[in-house]
Design a protein around this ligand. Structure first.
Ligand code: HEC
Length: 486
């Protein structure tokens, strides 16, 4: 008797798996992850948001939750089939596409402190230009560190997954953060206080601050657009549709402009902010290829981009918009993480490679390859300082990623390989403003920030931290110092 109705029921539940998952989502997840999965107290759960996570990890999070967070384990509540259905449901775009318009941006804006009531001088005893802003991605916190004493001045919760590197106002007083889900936060380093925040998009790549400190530009994957904010309070100035995902935005100080990398079209955009009231109309530079991983020459006249068509990299003159040269490089160079320095009176540029264990060193004038330095594995970050003898380069994508290479900037040989915490990933270095010390990240939930003397390579201090993904020195950033990221 039973079989007669069991078969159609099973069939029905498979066909309606998506609907069941939608209902389960509404019942169990929506209160935190938001209507249409755009996020609320919990992060957004759209395909763009989950892009970096493997389906197995999505399942793992739903089954077992995340430690020390609101995300509970659902294995006791939902069947394996229900969880499977939710995993595939979350990887599909919502039935009604998620939108985020100017009205949404405006209503998300929050003023958290009144700047006019706050002192305009540092209210702490540290050197304001030698502070470090540390992003701890393990538990989504920001730490403000005194760069002389290496002591914590403040530590506060950030929005979920701050990424793309915080950016500073030209005087170094304010720092701007972008989170994966589009939250932009403004923090006052003099008063150690959050000032304002706004949600500029549903899935954001990064932000840039204009040289004059008046504008913040945000680049979004979802919706595909650019958002201009007033840097004083993060109020909305303008949105510009790009009809493409935005890979990254940069500020080009000598040009008084923002440069925009686009993911889906063969164009590079330049937005001038030189006028007293800029209209932010893009100048579109036609490219031969999708160019979405950039670096610039020190004078910002030339753009260096990873290009599949060029079989490596392509150099573009930003004034004429013309291709200067193609640079054949094997593997997948990660030009955006490259760095430059002076060697025998010439500028050289070095780039890691995300698919090959090598560093390519190029002459910045002729763009000829000088050397390929073999490493223990594909790397991600390269950092140095004008006072440092070495470039520090990780082996992020290799099994032995607890190692970090120190490359001699003159001989172009690996001079030292350190293993600061065996078994744990060593990555991302930033120097103090004077270059005497450097801070290295151990990317682990039980990780650390290790301070080294940059000359003797002796460890000076070790601060335990929760996956300190990046750290940024105020002085080096506002000076666009050689050796650091921009
Ligand atoms: C009480 C609030 C709450 C509820 C209910 C909730 N979540 Fe979460 N969820 C969170 C928070 C907060 C996080 C972020 C945890 C962290 O810090 O990593 C999260 C993280 C996640 C992540 C990982 C996202 C990422 O990008 O790393 C997934 C996937 C997820 N939740 C799925 C679900 C599903 C499916 C449900 C319903 C069955 C659900 N959650 C119910 C609060 C909640």
């Amino acid at each position: 008797m039973k079989r007669l109705w069991l078969v159609p029921l099973l069939w029905a539940s498979a066909a309606h798996g998506a609907t069941d998952a939608a209902a389960d989502y509404q019942q169990h997840c929506q209160s935190c992850h938001g209507v249409n999965r755009v996020g609320s107290s919990g992060p957004a759960l759209l395909p763009e948001s989950l892009g970096r996570i493997k389906p197995a990890e999505i399942r793992q999070v739903i089954e077992h939750g995340r430690p020390a967070s609101q995300m509970a384990a659902f294995a006791p509540l939902l069947t394996a089939q229900q969880i499977d259905a939710l995993v595939s449901f979350l990887q599909q775009p919502p039935a009604t596409p998620a939108t985020w318009n100017e009205q949404d941006i405006r209503s998300s804006h929050r003023q958290l402190a009144d700047l006019s009531q706050l002192p305009s001088t540092p209210q702490h005893h540290a050197d304001p230009l030698n502070l470090f802003v540390v992003v701890e991605s393990g538990d989504h916190h920001i730490t403000i560190l005194d760069g002389d004493r290496f002591e914590v001045l403040d530590r506060f919760a950030s929005h979920f997954a701050v990424h793309g590197g915080p950016k500073f106002s030209p005087d170094g007083r304010f720092v701007y953060f972008a989170s994966r889900d589009g939250w932009i936060s403004l923090y006052d380093l003099h008063n150690l206080k959050l000032i304002a925040e706004v949600r500029a998009g549903l899935n954001t790549r990064n932000l840039a601050v204009s040289k004059d400190g008046r504008w913040v530009l945000v680049g979004n994957y979802l919706p595909g657009n650019l958002v201009v904010l007033d840097a004083r309070d993060l109020s909305l100035v303008k949105t510009l549709p790009t009809h493409s995902r935005v890979s990254a935005v940069y500020t080009a100080p000598p040009r008084n402009s923002f440069i925009v990398a686009l993911k889906d079209v063969n164009e590079v955009w330049e937005l001038s902010y030189a006028a007293p009231t800029p209209n932010f109309e893009p100048r579109r530079i036609q490219a031969q290829d999708v160019l979405d991983d950039f670096s610039f020459s020190p004078d910002y006249r030339q753009l260096l981009a990873t290009s599949r068509k060029a079989g490596g990299g392509q150099v573009i003159d930003l004034d004429s918009g013309k291709v200067v040269t193609d640079i054949a490089l094997s593997g997948m160079p990660h030009l955006g993480s490259g760095t430059y320095w002076q060697r025998n009176g010439q500028w050289v540029f070095a780039t890691p490679n995300i698919s090959k264990g090598q560093i390519s060193v190029l002459d910045l004038k002729t763009w000829k390859l000088i050397k390929e330095i073999p490493t223990l594995g594909p790397g991600f970050f390269m950092r140095s300082h004008s006072h440092s003898r070495y470039v520090w380069s990780d082996v992020f994508f290799a099994p032995g990623n607890d190692a970090i290479h120190l490359i001699d900037k003159q001989t172009l040989e690996i001079a030292h390989t350190l293993r600061p915490m065996p078994g744990k990933t060593a990555a991302h270095v930033e120097f103090t403003q004077d270059g005497r010390y450097l801070l290295l990240s151990i990317w682990d939930r039980e990780g650390a920030l290790i301070v080294y003397d940059s000359q003797t390579l002796q460890e000076v201090k070790r601060l335990p931290m929760n996956k300190p993904s990046g750290k940024y020195n105020v002085g080096n950033k506002i000076e666009f110092a050689e050796g650091t990221s921009h």
